[in-house]
Design a protein around this ligand. Structure first.
Ligand SMILES: *[C@@H]1O[C@H](CO)[C@@H](O)[C@H](O)[C@H]1NC(C)=O
Ligand SMILES: *[C@@H]1O[C@H](CO)[C@@H](O)[C@H](O)[C@H]1NC(C)=O
Ligand SMILES: *[C@@H]1O[C@H](CO)[C@@H](O)[C@H](O)[C@H]1NC(C)=O
Ligand SMILES: *[C@@H]1O[C@H](CO)[C@@H](O)[C@H](O)[C@H]1NC(C)=O
Length: 398
């Protein structure tokens, strides 16, 4: 999906590491809310060895330090006993994939289960534009006792609508193919972007849930987590989060910003006064700077997408036909909406979640890297490479 090259000079990296370590030290020693139970470096060191509970059948790493006075509640799945902390968020993983993605799906689930979910057993929801095969279900079910459900996407949420002028859409595809834009000629890719923009959170299998963590085939989660990011979202009133931010290919969104500006003037009351406009525009909203959060990783609040502002916004964009006449991605669409309809402090950078989706990765550094026992090279991180929009995000809070 990406064709940009991360550029990170060693000197720049050193500065980044130093600044991160120093500011983290300051942060950890002053904040008691962000890290909950962590109050000083001393306790953090103790936490670095994940506590584990040994049962007769298995040893299970706990995601939080073991508190002997807190009763662990056994969760029964397939009659296997697992331990999980009592309080969980109203949340699920969402995995849009095809039967042919099976090996990549398996590898992503293993990564997520090993590094986070085995201590939580959050459910998995798999969505496909056709029925999952029995082989697919068997091979993913064997990986975990977490509940799993498999759904088919309603046709009208997936295929190119009839009212789209196919001649115009074909011309749009040809144009992007000639410009050698990635997925420029692909209709399925456009279906997927539109589905992820406006429909996944309407799927019946997702109705019971509020927060979701989007997972894709062949992604990697590098670090162990000693807390629950879903609960973090809930407790800190966050609506959207990311690990990587970057620039969109301009030819895929030539008229997107014009539509956004039209929407803003038609529905000014949906714009949050404490918005993150400066993340997506360098001139106060005149032009789109192409920055977006890379949406193949998302932990976010579906009630935000289900709300009035986003519903109207998606309908407005859908009516323009840009998902098919151009190649509007769900990443810029989600990012622009989150930046405009949420408060900037409701958007969160999960700096401590190491994540890779080809061709980029985010790897934490310093104490977060060691505390998370991260299986990635901290020098290999997109954060401050040339095409990264992270400095713009950080600039919002300076
Ligand atoms: C382990 O299993 C044995 C035999 O079934 C039982 O006597 C013992 O209490 C079990 N230990 C724990 C920690 O459950
Ligand atoms: C452990 O749990 C008890 C009871 O819920 C609580 O009072 C105590 O603060 C907890 N200790 C830590 C270190 O979280
Ligand atoms: C699993 O547990 C349920 C509820 O305790 C029980 O009814 C069922 O027979 C068990 N199944 C197996 C295979 O042990
Ligand atoms: C979880 O969130 C969804 C969406 O907001 C809601 O409909 C559902 O009632 C919630 N479930 C629980 C147990 O709170």
């Amino acid at each position: 999906m990406a064709i940009l090259n991360p550029i990170l000079t060693p000197r720049r990296y050193l500065t980044v590491v130093l600044v991160t370590v120093i500011s983290l030290h300051y942060f950890l020693s002053t904040s008691s809310t962000e890290y909950g139970h962590l109050t000083s470096f001393g306790t953090l060191k103790e936490q670095m060895h994940l506590t584990s509970v040994t049962t007769n059948t298995s040893t299970i790493a706990l995601a939080e330090p073991y508190n002997h006075s807190t009763a662990l509640q056994p969760v029964h799945n397939n009659n296997d006993t697992h331990f999980s902390h009592g309080r969980r968020a109203n949340a699920t993983f969402v995995f849009l994939c095809r039967n042919s993605d099976l090996n990549g799906v398996v590898s992503s689930i293993v990564s997520m289960e090993d590094r986070f979910n085995r201590a939580y057993s959050y459910p998995w929801v798999f969505l496909n534009d056709e029925e999952f095969t029995e082989e697919f279900k068997q091979r993913v079910r064997v990986l975990t006792d977490a509940p799993m459900s498999f759904g088919v996407i309603p046709r009208e949420h997936w295929v190119q609508p009839d009212w789209i002028d196919e001649n115009r859409a074909r011309q749009g595809r040809m144009k992007l193919m000639n410009q050698r834009v990635i997925y420029g000629g692909s209709i399925p890719y456009r279906n997927m972007c539109r589905f992820n923009s406006g429909f996944f959170f309407q799927h019946e299998l997702l109705q019971p849930y509020r927060y979701y963590w989007r997972v894709e085939p062949n992604v990697k989660f590098f670090c162990g987590l000693d807390y629950d990011p879903f609960l973090y979202m809930e407790e800190h009133d966050k609506v959207y989060s990311f690990t990587i931010s970057l620039l969109e290919h301009q030819p895929t969104v030539p008229t997107l910003w014009d539509s956004v500006k039209e929407f803003i003037s038609e529905y000014p009351y949906f714009i949050e006064p404490e918005n993150a406009m400066n993340f997506i525009s360098d001139d106060g909203g005149e032009k789109y700077n192409l920055c977006h959060w890379w949406s193949n990783f998302e932990i976010a609040d579906m009630d935000f997408w289900r709300g009035e502002a986003y519903t109207k916004f998606f309908e407005f964009l859908e009516a323009k036909g840009g998902f098919y006449y151009e190649r509007w991605g769900d990443a810029p669409v989600h990012s622009i909406a989150a930046a405009l309809f949420a408060r900037k402090d409701q958007i969160h950078f999960f700096r401590d979640i190491g994540y890779r989706h080809e061709d980029f990765q985010h790897c934490p550094s310093g104490i977060q890297w060691s505390a998370g026992r991260c299986a990635c090279d901290p020098k290999d991180t997109f954060d401050y490479s040339q095409a990264s929009c992270l400095p713009r995000f950080e600039g919002l809070f300076q």
